[in-house]
Design a protein around this ligand. Structure first.
Ligand code: S3P
Length: 424
């Protein structure tokens, strides 16, 4: 797909539902008793993979696109899948589901596409093994396919070496089935959607600083779930509005959970004009409309505790930094190396190809912004966030930017290019 310099972007946009919350809605809906109605569910390939896995375990899921009905069967209502569970490209599906599968009274195998089969799963195998789980990597390389033989789990305290909501959530979901309380401490707080949704459905979850604990065997009660717009998807429109001169975009109903919204703080530090309108605390996840107005940006430093709150937004933040005046430094973000692609490498290679002055570090990047960027051939590495970040870069650069694979946006935002076009 070819992208050229855009004229100013104006208008209103409704962002599709949050990916993390949509996954959790299916998973917890399946484990709850009764029917969970999910509105604004993200119809992206990753969340559809989660639906497919639960259908394979006997859960009826009605997906009319407008809303999703999950007919939960309770904590012990899943049945043995007849085939290998296929998580597609979705790390969230493999890691969270592993915690559930480890506690069932059946054996299963879960895997995914070529990218998933290279991503580290030892990070969930370690705590689950400590809980007494029988989980092994089929190829003995710490990656999927994972063979899991369900068993009675023990409650543990787990000190996680990484700030990862997927690891934390895997342990908490396993903890639902453990013989006693389970807790997880992480270096800094990662997204807390699992904690919020578990509490909302009736589980006993307590949070103290960077530690979350869960009591076993609650009765989870089905309740309606309204999914706010995904701030990770809104990020591309925030960036486009800030970078393309003359733009003003109203982005409706964006989830602004503080464990997810680090990008808004960074934008503010870079000098962005973003107004919050119509703020709602919601019954469990806060949201707001964001009015984004074109702003000249300046460089900033992004490091420490804020990193997990914007981890998926770092590629588009790096793009903004390339157009900002001065230097931007990103540190403590080594997790970027094990995402859908090595995002430090893919961002550095592609921004360099467009003429940016950027240096990769083991745990981040430094970008000396303000050089004029020109279109280039972009290698997305089939990574949805790289494709969307460089589509935005192309709209603010001179010349033609070509994405080698634009289709991968279907992972988290199938109508991304249509929405982008509607505003320009
Ligand atoms: C996610 C957590 C993050 C994030 C991913 C979704 C989740 O991954 O990058 O896109 O839904 O829990 P990590 O837990 O590996 O940081």
């Amino acid at each position: 797909m070819d992208i050229t310099k855009s004229r100013s972007l104006r208008g209103e946009i409704q962002i599709p539902g949050d990916k993390s919350i949509s996954h959790r809605g299916i998973m917890l809906g399946a484990l709850a008793r009764g029917t969970t109605k999910i509105t604004n569910f993200l119809q992206g390939a990753d969340c559809l993979s989660t639906i497919r896995c639960f259908r394979q375990m006997g859960i009826e899921v009605e997906n009319s696109c407008k809303e999703v009905l999950v007919h939960g069967k309770g904590l012990h209502g899943l049945s043995a899948p007849q085939q290998i569970l296929d998580a597609g490209n979705s790390g969230t599906t493999v890691r969270l589901l592993s915690g559930i599968l480890a506690a069932q009274n059946f054996s299963s195998t879960i895997t995914g596409d070529a990218s998933i089969q290279k991503r580290p799963m030892k990070r969930v195998m370690d705590p689950l093994t400590q809980m007494g789980a029988c989980i092994e990597s089929q190829n003995q390389n710490g990656c999927a396919p994972l063979n899991i033989r369900g068993t009675q789990l023990k409650g543990i305290h787990y000190q996680s070496p990484v700030s990862s909501a997927q690891v934390k959530s895997c342990v908490l979901l396993a903890g639902l089935y453990a013989d006693q309380k389970t807790s997880v401490t992480e270096p800094t707080v990662s997204r807390d959607h699992s904690e919020r949704m578990l509490s909302y459905l009736g589980a006993e979850v307590t949070v103290q600083g960077t530690t979350v604990a869960i009591e076993p065997e609650p009765e989870l009660n089905a309740r309606d779930i309204q999914v706010p717009g995904d701030i990770s998807s809104a990020a591309y429109f925030i960036a486009a509005g800030l970078l393309v001169p003359g733009s003003q975009i109203l982005i409706k109903n964006v989830g602004i959970n503080p464990t997810r919204s680090g990008i808004l703080k960074v934008c503010r530090a870079m000098g962005a004009d973003i107004q919050y309108l119509n703020e709602k605390s919601g019954c469990w996840e806060p949201s707001a409309d964001l009015l984004v107005t074109y702003s000249p940006l300046k460089g900033t430093v992004i490091e420490g505790d804020i990193i997990p709150t914007l981890i998926d937004e770092l590629p588009i933040i790096a793009v903004m930094a390339a157009f900002a005046q001065g230097e931007t430094i990103i540190r403590n973000a080594e997790e970027l190396r094990v995402k859908e692609s090595d995002r430090i490498q893919t961002v550095t290679d592609n921004l360099s190809a467009m003429g940016a002055d950027i240096t990769a570090a083991p745990d981040g990047m430094s970008i000396r912004g303000g050089q004029p960027l020109t279109g280039a051939s972009i290698r997305t590495c089939k990574d949805h966030r790289i494709a969307m970040s460089f589509a935005v870069a192309g709209m603010a650069a001179e010349g033609v930017t070509s994405l080698d694979d634009a289709q991968c946006v279907e992972i988290s935002y199938p109508q991304f290019f249509d929405d982008l076009q509607r505003l320009s």
